[in-house]
Design a protein around this ligand. Structure first.
Ligand SMILES: C[S@@+](CC[C@H](N)C(=O)[O-])C[C@H]1O[C@@H](n2cnc3c(N)ncnc32)[C@H](O)[C@@H]1O
Length: 279
């Protein structure tokens, strides 16, 4: 198992990072419920200094900046294409965010400089999570806190399972990484997550479940277009031939028919809201 983050750095700077950046508005619509839950759980106060881990295109960092008018938001990510979009969106929103393009496990962040570390789905990609979170803990002030949104098991996440099951017959879906390897479901086991945080020096870690009904498009066409470019189908779909792509598209469209609710196509998501303190 790889312990460094080089393959993730390559991944998020390649097609997947560009697709996430291009679909940043759809990504934020999909994760709106998670964003609200993270803002509620982190309860930022006006002068907090906040670090957004794996900030992507800024979907959490930008609303956070509005919650800390006398504080500061720093947002770190390894993905150049996503940070480029985040910078542009922050400028359009008129908020001041310090963006850092670097590996959060290796970046020399100033010790004890943050009150709060938050992350919307950006915490599960470290080759050595204890090392990474140990380093991030040193950047938190005494009495600092962390609030992470992470995915639970794949079977609790229809947004991943429904498209993959539908398209599996037509695309080369790679085997799922083992639960300890970096990837979207690496923090699915709450015991593992709490163990990582305790070993990294955090106090009283806990995981609270959050269930989401997430919009993935206003209609079937837009939902399929999104799901074949962002998420577990993206790489297999890009690698497939024309005919298999067309069959996969139709299969996903068919599977989504029963997921029309409240004016959009919706898929379920199961998260943990992970919290811990620094003592
Ligand atoms: C699933 S995306 C989530 C992006 C964003 N937080 C959002 O919710 O839209 C995961 C993000 O984590 C970032 N990431 C992965 N490994 C990282 C690392 N070692 N240091 C900093 N960012 C990392 C990726 O580049 C990517 O932007």
């Amino acid at each position: 198992m790889t312990r460094d983050n080089s393959s993730q750095i390559e991944f998020w700077n390649d097609r997947p990072g560009r697709s996430w950046a291009r679909h940043s508005d759809a990504v934020d619509a999909m994760f709106a419920g998670l964003t609200e839950a993270l803002l509620d759980a982190s309860a930022p106060v006006a002068d907090d200094s906040v670090l957004d881990l794996g900030c992507g295109a800024g979907g959490l960092a930008i609303p956070l900046a509005g919650r800390v008018p006398e504080g500061a938001v720093t947002a770190i990510d390894i993905s150049e294409p996503m940070i480029a979009v985040a910078r542009q969106r922050a400028a359009e929103a008129g908020v001041n965010i310090r963006f850092i393009v670097d590996d959060a496990a290796a970046c020399p962040l100033e010790p004890e400089s943050f009150d709060l570390l938050v992350s919307r789905l950006g915490a599960m990609f470290f080759g050595d999570p204890v090392l990474a979170f140990g380093s991030l803990r040193r950047a938190l002030a005494p009495r600092g806190r962390i609030v992470l949104g992470v995915w639970r098991e794949p079977r609790e996440n229809a947004w991943a399972m429904v498209p993959v099951s539908a398209a599996r017959a037509f695309l080369e879906i790679p085997p799922r990484p083992s639960p300890e390897e970096p990837g979207p479901f690496a923090f699915a086991d709450p015991e593992r997550v709490c163990g990582i945080l305790e070993n990294a020096g955090f106090a009283a870690p806990s995981c609270a479940p959050l269930d989401l009904d997430m919009p993935v498009g206003e209609d079937i066409e837009r939902a399929v277009e999104f799901l074949v470019e962002v998420g577990p189908l993206a790489s297999p779909y890009a690698a497939a031939g024309e005919a298999d792509r067309r069959r996969a598209w139709e299969a996903v469209a068919g599977a989504l028919e029963k997921n029309r609710r409240d004016g959009s196509i919706r898929l379920g998501g199961g998260c943990w809201i992970v919290t811990a303190g620094v003592v």
